[in-house]
Write a protein that binds this ligand. Structure first.
Ligand code: FES
Length: 101
């Protein structure tokens, strides 16, 4: 389902943002002028990725330090082993849209 995450200007460069979309929370990241969206729930033990620290394209979970590439959701640092879901993002007329299942 195509979901409006908000105005592009509301997502600061280099800092994760938490967005509530229906019953779920999405972690939104803006890096080098592009916007990315991941499921907020860390695949280790459920930490909130939107509260994590962003370093380039990598977000670090605030609970135990797992690291994920915000472009793909792939794990780039343990203890998580399973990728987090990455959602396709488009920007139209200054608004950010994500394709959510
Ligand atoms: S819950 Fe994210 S690293 Fe453990």
């Amino acid at each position: 389902m195509r979901t409006d995450l908000g105005a592009e200007a509301g997502f600061p460069e280099g800092k994760p943002t938490c967005v509530t979309a229906g019953a779920r929370t999405i972690a939104v990241f803006r890096v080098s002028g592009k916007t990315y969206a991941l499921d907020n729930t860390c695949t280790h033990l459920g930490g909130p990725l939107c509260k994590g620290r962003l370093d380039g394209f990598v977000v670090q979970c605030p609970w135990h330090g797992s690291r994920f590439d915000v472009r793909s959701g792939q794990v780039v640092g343990p203890p998580a082993r399973t990728p987090v879901k990455a959602y396709p993002v488009t920007v139209e007329a200054g608004r950010v849209w994500a394709d959510l299942p």
